[in-house]
Structures are given as structure tokens and as C-alpha cells.
Ligand binder design. Structure first.
Ligand code: GUN
Ligand code: FE
Length: 474
């Protein structure tokens, strides 16, 4: 039985709106009595740990952030392929469609198929054990994302029920808030024989099996839930898309998929779905464009598609590192936001090379400047540090349907938080062991900017989800 109430005292930084960082000193009281760590009180006048105890009137332990650091809302990774983690950095000069067949399908198939082409490579010793592989990769990946301060993640696993359920079990045991998707792909023209569901019926039955397993772990669905995951329109039979849309509705579950990432993919969708007006229309016509749908990429949407996405209240996961690595294009984030579409950030491992949302924050800033350049050098397109952090926290909360529960320090919100510490440089020029060197004269806004541009997991001291500590840097 853990502690029932805890006080957190120190500096709190958050990005409640796109335009400003909120930097406050004070304390919050977190109540874990009902199995959830909820902020029940917040006071921004308290100036010391003792003051917090007397002000809140509870004899609770006080956790204090370091003087050179701050509490920050946990990051939300709205799009990450857990199974692709071993391939981070391995993509050569490929672009999306050849990347999938060359690197991605062989790796993913190895999580359940002993005859996977992956196991035919010289470097891997027989006999293959797909279960052992899934266990090794998923344990490591969740440790890494937690170390980077990711408190919530929307995962793609593989087509295999057993390995997908293992990912759910590992995420749940380690305490990360997670949405777990069994990847659905069954269209013979686009999926290899060694890696696809056999039929619509099998796709639905296997998805239901994973839904049941996730419900068994967390009946509330608050910490862990299944997310319906048609890989992308081209990989699913039309009938399968329709059945998955109906299943998501019947079971009241989130949906995740990819949209308009790459121009070759957009053309493929046109060829495979001649009846539909556009890529977004394909999802709409199959009941998959809903307020609970997370669309990854959205790089090449037309204005009309943006309007449809907005109308259906579907969300977008912006994956800037992946879009650069695979040469997919520049996502017009400003335009999406101006249209009123809700946007969060995704690492898209291993289209993206990094498991860090802080890296996605940085890349979102960089890519937005290229978009500005392409629009006549208009800096209106540039995302600032506060805005990119807002996307990685508040934006993500909206995308996963947790607005008001995640992304800040207001009363009623969940304690899904990372504690950041920066490095102090002393008079002799000696500093900490991170790339964030603070000389002492920087404002706190400037310190946060330095963290965004040069920080990494060495700056993440502790991480909590639902009030439970899930990572501590040793
Ligand atoms: N489109 C279909 N599958 C994938 C995938 O695994 N990664 C990315 N980035 N795009 C996809
Ligand atoms: Fe992806």
C-alpha cells in the first residue's frame, strides 16, 4: 500500500496556452486514496516545505524539486510504434513505402512469426523465440520512454495478439498510462504474406481478444486501454475498415491510424479507393473519423480534408522527426491549428529516430521554421518553445481525450509529472553532467528554452504517473 497523500513543493512550470509558460513556486497536495493520484489542492503562495504542511493541514510527506529544477507535466507521445524500437536510426535513404517493406514489416513480423525474414539474417542465431524478443524489446522501450518523461503513450504493437498483450502487461506493470493497439492489416495487395491477418474475421477476432485482455488488466480503461489500430487505409480491406469503425463505436474505444504522410502513399490510397473523394474521406466513409481518432502525420491534407477532420473533431499527431528522417514533407502545423484542429506530438519510432518527446518538441520548432521559409519567410509559422511544449503536453492531452486531466497542475488533474533538473556552472567553470549549462544569470524562461534545445533524459530526475513514482534517475 503506497502513501495516501503527498505534498509536492518547489517550482512548477507548465504551458497551459500556446503563448506563455506558466512558472510558479508553491505546493500541491496529491491524494492517492482512490487508486488515482489526483491534485486536490494547489497553493501558489506557499514558500517552503513546512509552510505547505501547515497550510494544507495534513501530515503528509513533502517531495521537493531541486533549486535548479522544476516539476513539469509528463510528456504525451501520441504516436509511437513500440515494436519498431530496435530499428531506431536504421532507415538508410528510404522513404515511407520502401521503408515499410525493407525495414519495418520484417522486424514487426519477428514478434510472432518464427519464419520472419528477420530470422533469416546471418546475425541472428536460431532457434528464434518471438516471445522472448517481444519481452526484451517492450521492457526496454517502456523503460526508455519513462526515462524521457513520457507518462502517456499511444502505442502500435504488431499484428500478434500474444505479443500485443505482453506490451499491455508490461506498460501496466511499469505504471505508464498507455493505449495499446494491435496492428490491423489484411489487404493482400499491400501486406506481405508473412505479415498479415488472414481475413476480416480474423482481424476482428484478434482485435477483440486484445480488447478483452486490456479490459482484464484495467477495467476502468483510465491507465490502460486498447486502441483500435487499422495500420493505414491501404493495408486494410474496405470491409475491415468498416468493421473496425463499428467496433470502435460499440466498444467506445479510441482509434489510431496514419493519414497523408507521404505523396506516394496518397497516390496509393487514390488508386485503392477510387470511390472516395480523398484520404480523409476514406476514413470518414468507413466510420473511422471520430472525436476519438488520432491521425498521425497529416502532412499533405487538402484544405477540404482539414475541414472534414475539424468537423469530425478527429485529432492529429504531428511527428516532425519522422517526417524529416523519411523525407515525407513539412507538416503545416500552424494551418492545422488555425483550422481549429487539435494537435499533439508523436515520436513515431522508428520512422522517427528518437524515443524522446523533448526531441519531438525541438523538431517541431525546427520544421515549423522551414514551413515559414516556404511561406515567404513568414515567422507566423514558427512554433515557439512554449507552443511546442504546449503541443507535447496540453495538445497531447486533448488528442488522447484527457483534456483537463493531464498537462497541468490545476486542482482535479492527475499527478502525471516529471521532475527536471538543470546543470549549474560554478565559478571555476565546472558544471553538471548534462548539456544544459546554467550560468546563473538566465531568467527561468531562458532556462526552460535551454532545456528544450539541449536537454535529454539526464535532466529527468523522477517521473510519476497517477501519483506513483515510475522512474528515478540513478
Ligand atoms: N504508415 C503505415 N505504417 C506506418 C508505420 O509503421 N510508420 C509510419 N511512419 N507510417 C506508416
Ligand atoms: Fe507511425
Amino acid at each position: 500500500m503506497g502513501q495516501q497523500e503527498t505534498i509536492y513543493f518547489g517550482r512548477f512550470v507548465s504551458a497551459p496556452t500556446p503563448n506563455e509558460l506558466l512558472i510558479r513556486t508553491g505546493a500541491v497536495l496529491v491524494d492517492s486514496k482512490n487508486g488515482k493520484g489526483v491534485i486536490t489542492k494547489a497553493d501558489w503562495t506557499i514558500d517552503g516545505p513546512d509552510g505547505a504542511v501547515s497550510k494544507f493541514g495534513v501530515e503528509a510527506p513533502v517531495v521537493t524539486s531541486k533549486d535548479n529544477g522544476f516539476f513539469f507535466p509528463g510528456f504525451i507521445d501520441t504516436h509511437i510504434h513500440a515494436s519498431q524500437y530496435p530499428n531506431v536510426g536504421i532507415f538508410g535513404k528510404s522513404t515511407l513505402l520502401d521503408w515499410l517493406t525493407t525495414y519495418t514489416f520484417p522486424l514487426e513480423s519477428s514478434f510472432g512469426n518464427a519464419d520472419s525474414p528477420m530470422y533469416q539474417r546471418d546475425s541472428i542465431e536460431p532457434p528464434p523465440d518471438p516471445r522472448a524478443r517481444a519481452k526484451k524489446v517492450y521492457n526496454r522501450l517502456i523503460n526508455r520512454t519513462l526515462a524521457h518523461g513520457t507518462t502517456t503513450a499511444s502505442y502500435y504493437a504488431t499484428i500478434h495478439v500474444e505479443a500485443t498483450n505482453l506490451l499491455a502487461e508490461i506498460a501496466f506493470r511499469k505504471g505508464q498510462r498507455a493505449y495499446i493497439g494491435r496492428v490491423c492489416m489484411d489487404r493482400p495487395e499491400t501486406c506481405p504474406d508473412y505479415y498479415r491477418d488472414e481475413s476480416t474475421e480474423q482481424t476482428i477476432a484478434n482485435t477483440k481478444a486484445s480488447i478483452e485482455y486490456c479490459r482484464g488488466l484495467d477495467p476502468s480503461g483510465e491507465l490502460l486501454a486498447h486502441i483500435i489500430t487499422p495500420r493505414f487505409a491501404p493495408s486494410c480491406l474496405p470491409e475491415t475498415l468498416t468493421r473496425l469503425g463499428a467496433l470502435a463505436k460499440d466498444e467506445d474505444l479510441r482509434v489510431q491510424t496514419h493519414i497523408s504522410e507521404n505523396l506516394g502513399e496518397v497516390k496509393l490510397v487514390k488508386d485503392l479507393f477510387p470511390e472516395q473523394k480523398s484520404y480523409a474521406d476514406v476514413y470518414d466513409q468507413h466510420g473511422l473519423l471520430t472525436p476519438k481518432t488520432i491521425l498521425a502525420h497529416a502532412v499533405h491534407l487538402s484544405k477540404e480534408e482539414m475541414r472534414l477532420v475539424k468537423e469530425r473533431k478527429a485529432k492529429v499527431s504531428h511527428c516532425p522527426a519522422s517526417n524529416s528522417a523519411l523525407g515525407s514533407g513539412f507538416c503545416p502545423v500552424r494551418e492545422l491549428l488555425d483550422q481549429g484542429i487539435e494537435v499533439g506530438l508523436g515520436t513515431d519510432v522508428s520512422g522517427g529516430y528518437s524515443t524522446s518527446i523533448l526531441d519531438a518538441v525541438r523538431n517541431a520548432c525546427i520544421v515549423s521554421r522551414h514551413v515559414g521559409f516556404l511561406n515567404g519567410g513568414d515567422s507566423r509559422y514558427n512554433l515557439g518553445v512554449a507552443e511546442a511544449l504546449w503541443l507535447g503536453t496540453m495538445g497531447g492531452a486533448k488528442v488522447v481525450g484527457m483534456e483537463g486531466r493531464l498537462g497541468g497542475f490545476e486542482e482535479g488533474m492527475l499527478w502525471d509529472v516529471q521532475e527536471i533538473s538543470l546543470g549549474d556552472v560554478d565559478a571555476d567553470g565546472q558544471g553538471g553532467d548534462t548539456d544544459v549549462d546554467i550560468f546563473g544569470w538566465e531568467t527561468w524562461e531562458e532556462r526552460v528554452a535551454k532545456w528544450v534545445w539541449n536537454g535529454d533524459e539526464r535532466n529527468v530526475r523522477r517521473v510519476w504517473v497517477d501519483g506513483r513514482m515510475v522512474h528515478e534517475r540513478r
